[in-house]
Design a protein around this ligand. Structure first.
Ligand code: CS2
Length: 467
């Protein structure tokens, strides 16, 4: 018997279950992007609000492309277990906030209707960096147009992806989908809808067979959608809501509502995500499977510590960065999180621009060293070979995979030209770095060391210097 409404009452008493009716009301939130992150982060915040008696936070979840996940969740009535585990302990919880589900690719009309449902008050999004396409803008605009035409109130549309100024980017994307006939709709969007920026944080790896087996053991029933995460979570959101009373409600559930999301966003993108990408690429090339296996190596731990302290922190507006750094290093080492380096290396072409260039440019402006980022960039170039240092082949899972591999293929025969070609790409590095001779020279240098002596030796060499 799988986990479902029917089997919920059979779960052992130590498993947390929703203490509220899950079918009495219509969902108040439409969420786009039903991946692991949302289900173990926001869905658990909304679960708390529902548990507090506010029935407006049920989720109409939308998988963007994958019918398999939505089908599995439907078969379990939107229920799944989350293992929350770290040095503080291990507990299992079944959040109950996911009430309805659709797939945008095959059930677009149902998604548009959901956005325009009278009960809907929020649209939230975790569609990943590459999801911010004109098609997404059009989907949202169609839903919002239907709302406006039906005379319904405006809503809050909150991007929760790892993009700087995500709310502004989303608002611009939605508006860009409008045509000359939409003047009234645009006015309505500006006056009645809110697009707050937000920073979300919780490490939620894609589920592994080990987690599914642990779920079966803990629940006594099968759960095909179980997830594993850490105790830590953070959601910082700009105080800009269609319904201003939502601010206090979210705060009551532990969300930080502030006028200054920017300092949290930049610290998280460059410290956490920036280190993640560097470790993921190092792990992929050296054959270390998980982030915990990387940070468990003293030389990689020192590299990450120095990357954050010397090259990222000087440009952050958040002043408590030293505690933040130490907390991150502890989180990366969480042994319960089997966070695959290849999962994080996925879509690197879309992630690097947010994560590395701002710190490199900051260092350049101060005449300071950017060696750690240069080494990380060199490892990225090495990663495009598609084979690790043990000779094991791996796939590049990236919308730019083909062009990256085509450029990277020449690195054994003509390494310098290959690095130059990859560093010339403005879509990855922005407008300034591609023409920065010293940056290019240092990446070329580290790439040579990586090719000739391997990633570990390159890291050791960098650590032996004081830069
Ligand atoms: C990771 C993030 O996959 C990745 O790119 O860096 O998913 C990271 O785990 C989250 O942003 C943590 O909040």
């Amino acid at each position: 018997m799988p986990l479902s409404t029917l089997t919920l009452s059979t779960l052992p008493p130590q498993v947390g279950i929703p203490p509220y009716a899950r079918d009495a009301d219509a969902p108040g939130v439409v969420h786009l992007g039903l991946g692991a992150f949302h289900r173990a982060h926001q869905a658990m915040v909304f679960d708390q609000l529902l548990a507090g008696g506010d029935t407006r936070w049920g989720i109409h979840g939308v998988g963007m492309t994958r019918p398999d996940l939505v089908n599995q969740l439907r078969a379990q009535d939107g229920l799944y277990a989350v293992r929350v585990a770290d040095g503080q302990g291990v507990r299992w919880q079944v959040p109950g906030a996911l009430w309805r589900m659709n797939v945008a690719a095959t059930e677009r009309d149902a998604v548009v209707q959901a956005m325009a449902a009278p009960s809907t008050r929020w649209i939230t999004l975790t569609v990943t960096e590459k999801g911010y396409t004109p098609a997404l803008g059009q989907l949202l605009l169609d839903g919002l147009r239907l709302r406006q035409q039906s005379g319904l109130p405006g809503i809050t549309v909150a991007s929760c992806d790892n993009l700087q100024s995500n709310g502004h980017k989303l608002q611009a994307l939605v508006k860009a989908a409008a045509t000359a006939q939409d003047a009234e709709l645009l006015l309505w969007l500006d006056t009645h809808c809110a697009f707050p920026c937000s920073m979300v944080d919780r490490i939620v790896p894609a589920a592994t067979p080990e987690v599914l087996a642990a779920a079966q053991e803990a629940l006594g029933v099968q759960d095909h959608c179980a997830l594993s995460t850490e105790g830590f979570w953070e959601w910082v959101i700009e105080d800009r809501f269609a319904d201003p009373t939502d601010a206090a409600l979210l705060q009551s559930a532990g969300v930080r509502v502030t006028g200054d999301v920017h300092s949290y966003e930049e610290a998280k993108l460059r410290m956490l995500n920036g280190s993640h990408s560097a470790m993921a690429l190092m792990g992929a090339v050296t054959g270390r499977p998980f982030i915990a296996s990387c940070i468990g190596e003293p030389h990689i731990r020192s590299f990450v510590h120095r990357l954050m302290s010397r090259e990222v922190a000087p440009h952050l507006s958040r002043s408590d960065w030293a505690e933040y750094r130490d907390a991150l290093i502890a989180r990366f080492g969480n042994p319960y999180l089997k966070h695959s380096v290849h999962q994080i290396a996925t879509d690197s072409s879309q992630k690097i621009p947010q994560r590395w260039p701002p710190s490199v440019l900051g260092q350049i402006a101060q005449g300071a060293s950017f060696e750690h980022h240069a080494l990380a960039a060199a490892v990225f170039v090495r990663y495009t070979l598609g084979v690790d240092e043990q000779g094991q082949a791996y796939a590049l899972n990236d919308p730019q995979a083909e062009s990256l591999m085509a450029l990277g293929a020449a690195q054994r025969t003509n390494p310098e030209a290959c690095v130059r070609a990859l560093l010339a790409r403005e879509d990855l590095w922005g407008q300034t770095l591609p023409s920065h001779a010293a940056w290019t020279a240092r990446v070329v240098h580290w790439h040579q060391v990586v090719l000739q002596q391997g990633v570990d030796a390159a890291i050791a060499q960098l650590l032996a210097t004081s830069t």
